[in-house]
Design a protein around this ligand. Structure first.
Ligand code: PMV
Length: 339
Protein backbone atom coordinates (compact mmCIF):
# COMPACT_ATOMS: atom_id res chain seq x y z
CA UNK A 1 0.00 0.00 0.00
CA UNK A 2 1.24 3.51 -0.75
CA UNK A 3 1.60 6.23 1.89
CA UNK A 4 -1.17 8.78 2.41
CA UNK A 5 -0.28 12.47 2.30
CA UNK A 6 -2.80 14.88 3.78
CA UNK A 7 -3.20 18.66 3.69
CA UNK A 8 -5.79 20.43 5.83
CA UNK A 9 -6.25 23.92 4.44
CA UNK A 10 -8.54 26.62 5.85
CA UNK A 11 -10.68 28.94 3.81
CA UNK A 12 -9.97 32.68 3.87
CA UNK A 13 -12.11 35.80 3.88
CA UNK A 14 -10.88 38.82 1.93
CA UNK A 15 -10.77 42.25 3.59
CA UNK A 16 -9.50 43.85 0.35
CA UNK A 17 -11.05 41.82 -2.45
CA UNK A 18 -9.38 40.23 -5.43
CA UNK A 19 -11.80 41.26 -8.12
CA UNK A 20 -10.99 41.24 -11.84
CA UNK A 21 -7.92 39.89 -13.57
CA UNK A 22 -5.59 41.31 -16.16
CA UNK A 23 -6.38 39.96 -19.61
CA UNK A 24 -4.18 37.46 -21.48
CA UNK A 25 -2.34 36.34 -18.36
CA UNK A 26 -2.46 33.33 -16.08
CA UNK A 27 -4.46 34.38 -13.03
CA UNK A 28 -2.83 37.79 -12.71
CA UNK A 29 -5.16 39.91 -10.54
CA UNK A 30 -6.00 43.51 -11.36
CA UNK A 31 -5.14 44.53 -7.78
CA UNK A 32 -3.40 43.49 -4.56
CA UNK A 33 -5.68 41.83 -2.01
CA UNK A 34 -5.61 41.06 1.71
CA UNK A 35 -7.43 38.39 3.67
CA UNK A 36 -7.82 36.73 7.04
CA UNK A 37 -7.12 33.01 7.07
CA UNK A 38 -9.84 31.11 8.91
CA UNK A 39 -9.47 28.27 11.36
CA UNK A 40 -12.37 25.79 11.33
CA UNK A 41 -13.81 26.19 7.84
CA UNK A 42 -11.34 23.99 6.01
CA UNK A 43 -10.84 21.29 3.41
CA UNK A 44 -8.94 18.14 4.31
CA UNK A 45 -7.52 16.38 1.25
CA UNK A 46 -5.51 13.16 1.15
CA UNK A 47 -3.61 11.83 -1.84
CA UNK A 48 -1.97 8.53 -2.54
CA UNK A 49 -0.30 7.09 -5.59
CA UNK A 50 -2.64 4.61 -7.29
CA UNK A 51 -2.23 1.92 -9.91
CA UNK A 52 -5.33 3.02 -11.85
CA UNK A 53 -5.32 4.47 -15.36
CA UNK A 54 -6.65 7.82 -14.17
CA UNK A 55 -6.95 9.96 -11.06
CA UNK A 56 -9.99 9.38 -8.85
CA UNK A 57 -11.65 11.73 -6.41
CA UNK A 58 -13.78 10.76 -3.44
CA UNK A 59 -15.90 13.54 -1.94
CA UNK A 60 -17.96 12.34 1.00
CA UNK A 61 -19.62 9.06 -0.03
CA UNK A 62 -19.20 9.49 -3.77
CA UNK A 63 -16.32 8.79 -6.12
CA UNK A 64 -16.06 11.15 -9.08
CA UNK A 65 -14.23 10.85 -12.37
CA UNK A 66 -13.11 13.48 -14.85
CA UNK A 67 -16.40 13.30 -16.74
CA UNK A 68 -18.37 14.64 -13.75
CA UNK A 69 -19.32 18.18 -14.71
CA UNK A 70 -18.95 20.10 -11.44
CA UNK A 71 -15.57 18.64 -10.54
CA UNK A 72 -13.83 19.22 -13.86
CA UNK A 73 -11.69 21.94 -12.21
CA UNK A 74 -10.08 19.34 -9.94
CA UNK A 75 -8.95 17.10 -12.80
CA UNK A 76 -7.80 20.06 -14.91
CA UNK A 77 -5.66 21.18 -11.97
CA UNK A 78 -4.13 17.72 -11.44
CA UNK A 79 -3.34 17.51 -15.19
CA UNK A 80 -1.78 20.99 -15.10
CA UNK A 81 0.54 20.07 -12.19
CA UNK A 82 1.47 16.68 -13.66
CA UNK A 83 2.30 18.17 -17.06
CA UNK A 84 4.35 21.04 -15.65
CA UNK A 85 6.55 18.85 -13.45
CA UNK A 86 6.47 15.63 -15.47
CA UNK A 87 4.65 13.49 -12.87
CA UNK A 88 3.15 10.42 -14.55
CA UNK A 89 1.67 8.53 -11.59
CA UNK A 90 -2.09 8.67 -11.04
CA UNK A 91 -3.52 9.73 -7.69
CA UNK A 92 -6.35 8.55 -5.52
CA UNK A 93 -7.71 11.68 -3.84
CA UNK A 94 -10.13 11.89 -0.90
CA UNK A 95 -11.49 15.25 0.19
CA UNK A 96 -13.84 16.48 2.91
CA UNK A 97 -14.97 19.95 3.87
CA UNK A 98 -15.53 20.81 7.54
CA UNK A 99 -18.54 22.87 6.52
CA UNK A 100 -21.74 21.37 5.12
CA UNK A 101 -21.69 20.85 1.36
CA UNK A 102 -24.33 23.01 -0.22
CA UNK A 103 -24.23 25.54 2.63
CA UNK A 104 -23.31 28.12 0.02
CA UNK A 105 -19.79 28.53 1.40
CA UNK A 106 -17.27 28.74 -1.42
CA UNK A 107 -14.91 25.82 -1.09
CA UNK A 108 -12.69 26.63 -4.04
CA UNK A 109 -9.99 28.51 -2.06
CA UNK A 110 -9.48 25.81 0.57
CA UNK A 111 -10.27 23.00 -1.90
CA UNK A 112 -7.79 23.93 -4.63
CA UNK A 113 -5.03 24.80 -2.13
CA UNK A 114 -5.50 21.47 -0.32
CA UNK A 115 -5.49 19.60 -3.64
CA UNK A 116 -2.26 21.33 -4.69
CA UNK A 117 -0.48 20.53 -1.42
CA UNK A 118 -1.68 16.94 -1.04
CA UNK A 119 -0.98 15.97 -4.64
CA UNK A 120 2.52 17.48 -4.67
CA UNK A 121 3.31 15.82 -1.33
CA UNK A 122 2.26 12.46 -2.81
CA UNK A 123 4.13 12.91 -6.10
CA UNK A 124 7.35 14.10 -4.40
CA UNK A 125 6.94 11.84 -1.34
CA UNK A 126 7.18 14.85 1.02
CA UNK A 127 6.03 14.68 4.62
CA UNK A 128 6.24 18.32 5.61
CA UNK A 129 7.04 21.88 4.45
CA UNK A 130 10.80 21.31 4.67
CA UNK A 131 10.63 18.22 2.46
CA UNK A 132 8.57 20.14 -0.09
CA UNK A 133 11.02 23.03 -0.05
CA UNK A 134 14.01 20.71 -0.45
CA UNK A 135 12.34 19.31 -3.54
CA UNK A 136 12.00 22.80 -5.01
CA UNK A 137 8.48 23.64 -3.81
CA UNK A 138 8.79 26.65 -1.51
CA UNK A 139 5.65 28.30 -0.18
CA UNK A 140 5.63 31.06 -2.80
CA UNK A 141 5.70 28.47 -5.61
CA UNK A 142 3.01 26.41 -3.86
CA UNK A 143 0.86 29.55 -3.62
CA UNK A 144 1.52 30.32 -7.31
CA UNK A 145 0.39 26.81 -8.22
CA UNK A 146 -2.71 26.94 -5.99
CA UNK A 147 -3.62 30.27 -7.58
CA UNK A 148 -3.77 28.63 -11.01
CA UNK A 149 -6.53 26.38 -9.65
CA UNK A 150 -8.49 29.20 -8.00
CA UNK A 151 -7.17 32.74 -7.45
CA UNK A 152 -8.02 33.20 -3.79
CA UNK A 153 -6.55 29.76 -2.94
CA UNK A 154 -3.03 31.25 -2.84
CA UNK A 155 -3.79 33.26 0.32
CA UNK A 156 -4.93 30.12 2.20
CA UNK A 157 -1.35 28.81 2.24
CA UNK A 158 -0.42 31.28 4.96
CA UNK A 159 -1.78 31.91 8.44
CA UNK A 160 -3.04 35.14 10.00
CA UNK A 161 -3.55 38.21 7.81
CA UNK A 162 -2.25 37.62 4.31
CA UNK A 163 -1.42 39.91 1.41
CA UNK A 164 -1.29 38.80 -2.22
CA UNK A 165 0.67 41.26 -4.31
CA UNK A 166 -0.05 41.33 -8.05
CA UNK A 167 3.56 42.42 -8.80
CA UNK A 168 5.03 44.04 -11.91
CA UNK A 169 4.43 41.01 -14.14
CA UNK A 170 2.40 37.82 -13.95
CA UNK A 171 5.36 35.73 -12.83
CA UNK A 172 6.33 38.01 -9.94
CA UNK A 173 3.25 37.61 -7.75
CA UNK A 174 4.09 37.55 -4.05
CA UNK A 175 2.30 36.33 -0.93
CA UNK A 176 3.07 37.12 2.68
CA UNK A 177 1.54 36.86 6.12
CA UNK A 178 1.66 40.45 7.41
CA UNK A 179 0.52 39.55 10.93
CA UNK A 180 0.27 36.11 12.49
CA UNK A 181 -2.97 34.66 13.86
CA UNK A 182 -1.79 35.67 17.34
CA UNK A 183 -1.67 39.35 16.47
CA UNK A 184 -5.41 39.97 16.84
CA UNK A 185 -8.16 37.52 17.90
CA UNK A 186 -10.70 38.41 15.21
CA UNK A 187 -13.77 36.27 14.60
CA UNK A 188 -15.87 35.65 11.51
CA UNK A 189 -19.48 34.62 12.00
CA UNK A 190 -20.88 33.56 8.64
CA UNK A 191 -24.59 34.10 8.11
CA UNK A 192 -26.02 31.80 5.44
CA UNK A 193 -28.63 33.39 3.19
CA UNK A 194 -28.73 30.90 0.38
CA UNK A 195 -27.46 27.41 -0.25
CA UNK A 196 -28.17 27.53 -3.94
CA UNK A 197 -25.43 27.19 -6.53
CA UNK A 198 -24.38 30.69 -7.61
CA UNK A 199 -26.11 31.83 -10.81
CA UNK A 200 -22.83 33.20 -12.19
CA UNK A 201 -19.56 31.67 -10.99
CA UNK A 202 -16.58 33.84 -10.06
CA UNK A 203 -14.52 32.91 -13.16
CA UNK A 204 -17.16 34.41 -15.41
CA UNK A 205 -17.88 37.35 -13.10
CA UNK A 206 -14.16 38.31 -12.88
CA UNK A 207 -14.14 38.68 -16.67
CA UNK A 208 -17.04 41.12 -16.51
CA UNK A 209 -15.34 43.48 -14.02
CA UNK A 210 -13.73 45.64 -16.73
CA UNK A 211 -17.11 46.38 -18.28
CA UNK A 212 -18.29 48.26 -15.17
CA UNK A 213 -17.80 52.05 -15.24
CA UNK A 214 -16.90 51.79 -11.56
CA UNK A 215 -13.99 49.40 -12.02
CA UNK A 216 -11.16 51.76 -13.08
CA UNK A 217 -12.05 54.32 -10.36
CA UNK A 218 -12.04 51.42 -7.87
CA UNK A 219 -8.54 50.35 -8.95
CA UNK A 220 -7.18 53.86 -8.57
CA UNK A 221 -8.42 54.13 -4.97
CA UNK A 222 -7.24 50.72 -3.80
CA UNK A 223 -3.55 51.39 -2.96
CA UNK A 224 -4.59 54.02 -0.41
CA UNK A 225 -7.31 51.76 0.99
CA UNK A 226 -4.81 48.93 1.31
CA UNK A 227 -2.54 51.16 3.43
CA UNK A 228 -5.42 52.22 5.67
CA UNK A 229 -6.54 48.61 6.20
CA UNK A 230 -2.98 47.52 7.04
CA UNK A 231 -2.69 50.39 9.52
CA UNK A 232 -6.00 49.43 11.17
CA UNK A 233 -4.76 45.84 11.47
CA UNK A 234 -1.43 46.99 12.93
CA UNK A 235 -3.33 49.15 15.49
CA UNK A 236 -6.03 46.51 16.14
CA UNK A 237 -8.50 49.28 15.36
CA UNK A 238 -11.88 47.55 14.93
CA UNK A 239 -13.81 50.63 13.91
CA UNK A 240 -11.12 51.76 11.44
CA UNK A 241 -10.96 48.30 9.90
CA UNK A 242 -14.71 47.73 9.96
CA UNK A 243 -15.70 50.84 8.05
CA UNK A 244 -13.26 49.93 5.25
CA UNK A 245 -14.44 46.31 5.23
CA UNK A 246 -17.99 47.39 4.54
CA UNK A 247 -17.07 50.01 1.92
CA UNK A 248 -14.84 47.47 0.16
CA UNK A 249 -17.47 44.71 0.04
CA UNK A 250 -20.20 47.08 -1.14
CA UNK A 251 -17.89 48.55 -3.78
CA UNK A 252 -17.13 45.08 -5.17
CA UNK A 253 -20.86 44.34 -5.33
CA UNK A 254 -21.46 47.72 -7.01
CA UNK A 255 -18.90 46.75 -9.69
CA UNK A 256 -20.63 43.40 -10.13
CA UNK A 257 -24.07 45.02 -10.33
CA UNK A 258 -22.97 47.60 -12.91
CA UNK A 259 -21.15 45.21 -15.28
CA UNK A 260 -22.43 44.63 -18.82
CA UNK A 261 -24.17 41.50 -17.54
CA UNK A 262 -25.11 42.58 -14.02
CA UNK A 263 -25.31 40.01 -11.26
CA UNK A 264 -27.23 40.50 -8.02
CA UNK A 265 -25.81 38.11 -5.45
CA UNK A 266 -27.61 39.54 -2.42
CA UNK A 267 -31.26 38.71 -1.84
CA UNK A 268 -33.83 40.86 0.00
CA UNK A 269 -33.27 39.13 3.30
CA UNK A 270 -29.50 39.64 3.14
CA UNK A 271 -29.89 43.33 2.28
CA UNK A 272 -32.26 43.82 5.20
CA UNK A 273 -29.74 42.07 7.45
CA UNK A 274 -27.00 44.55 6.45
CA UNK A 275 -29.23 47.48 7.37
CA UNK A 276 -30.24 45.88 10.70
CA UNK A 277 -26.60 45.19 11.62
CA UNK A 278 -25.69 48.80 10.97
CA UNK A 279 -28.65 50.09 13.02
CA UNK A 280 -27.76 47.81 15.93
CA UNK A 281 -24.18 49.03 15.75
CA UNK A 282 -25.24 52.69 15.72
CA UNK A 283 -27.43 52.04 18.74
CA UNK A 284 -24.51 50.45 20.60
CA UNK A 285 -26.10 46.96 20.77
CA UNK A 286 -23.22 45.22 18.98
CA UNK A 287 -19.78 46.12 17.68
CA UNK A 288 -19.42 44.17 14.45
CA UNK A 289 -18.94 44.85 10.72
CA UNK A 290 -19.77 42.93 7.57
CA UNK A 291 -17.93 41.79 4.50
CA UNK A 292 -19.33 39.77 1.59
CA UNK A 293 -17.76 37.63 -1.13
CA UNK A 294 -19.21 37.06 -4.59
CA UNK A 295 -22.22 35.25 -3.19
CA UNK A 296 -25.22 35.73 -0.93
CA UNK A 297 -23.68 34.95 2.48
CA UNK A 298 -22.53 37.61 4.92
CA UNK A 299 -19.39 37.44 7.05
CA UNK A 300 -19.71 39.35 10.32
CA UNK A 301 -16.24 40.35 11.54
CA UNK A 302 -15.75 41.18 15.21
CA UNK A 303 -13.33 40.90 18.10
CA UNK A 304 -13.35 37.77 20.27
CA UNK A 305 -14.66 39.74 23.27
CA UNK A 306 -17.76 40.68 21.29
CA UNK A 307 -18.67 37.14 20.28
CA UNK A 308 -21.23 36.20 22.94
CA UNK A 309 -23.16 39.45 22.63
CA UNK A 310 -23.22 39.16 18.83
CA UNK A 311 -24.25 35.50 18.97
CA UNK A 312 -27.27 36.35 21.14
CA UNK A 313 -28.21 39.19 18.81
CA UNK A 314 -27.95 36.88 15.79
CA UNK A 315 -29.82 34.01 17.42
CA UNK A 316 -32.78 36.26 18.14
CA UNK A 317 -33.08 36.76 14.37
CA UNK A 318 -31.87 33.57 12.72
CA UNK A 319 -31.94 29.81 13.28
CA UNK A 320 -28.66 28.55 14.75
CA UNK A 321 -28.04 26.28 11.74
CA UNK A 322 -27.69 29.35 9.55
CA UNK A 323 -24.65 30.54 11.51
CA UNK A 324 -21.07 29.29 11.23
CA UNK A 325 -18.58 30.52 13.82
CA UNK A 326 -14.92 30.85 12.99
CA UNK A 327 -11.80 32.83 13.88
CA UNK A 328 -8.41 33.77 12.49
CA UNK A 329 -6.23 30.69 12.04
CA UNK A 330 -2.61 29.62 11.66
CA UNK A 331 -2.77 28.23 8.10
CA UNK A 332 -2.49 24.75 6.57
CA UNK A 333 -1.45 21.58 8.35
CA UNK A 334 0.40 18.77 6.59
CA UNK A 335 0.25 15.14 7.76
CA UNK A 336 1.71 11.87 6.62
CA UNK A 337 0.65 8.30 7.24
CA UNK A 338 2.62 5.30 6.07
CA UNK A 339 0.60 2.16 5.42
O1 PMV B 1 -10.77 32.78 -6.21
P1 PMV B 1 -11.97 33.12 -7.03
O2 PMV B 1 -11.69 33.14 -8.49
O3 PMV B 1 -13.15 32.26 -6.66
O4 PMV B 1 -12.38 34.63 -6.71
C1 PMV B 1 -12.87 34.96 -5.45
C2 PMV B 1 -13.01 36.42 -5.27
C3 PMV B 1 -13.65 36.85 -3.97
O5 PMV B 1 -13.85 35.77 -3.10
C4 PMV B 1 -14.99 37.49 -4.25
C5 PMV B 1 -12.77 37.90 -3.30
C6 PMV B 1 -11.49 37.38 -2.70
O6 PMV B 1 -10.51 38.12 -2.75
O7 PMV B 1 -11.48 36.27 -2.14
Amino acid sequence: MNAIHTATVPSNIAFIKYWGKRPHARQWPANDSLSMTLNQLATKTSARISNSDDHSLRLGDRVYSRTDKNLGKTFVHLDRLALRFGFTEKLQITSVNSFPMGAGIASSASGLAALTLASLMAWTDSRNWDDLENKGFDRNLLADLSRLGSGSACRSLFGGFVQWEAGPNEDSQRYASLFSDEHWALRDTVVLFSSEQKSVGSTEAHELAWSSPLFIPRLSGLPERMNLVKQALADRDMQGLGLWLEAEALEMHAVIMTASQPVHYLNQEALQFLADLRTARQEGEIHAYFTIDAGPNIHVIHEAGEHERLKLWLQRRLAADRLLHDSVGAGPRLDFQSE
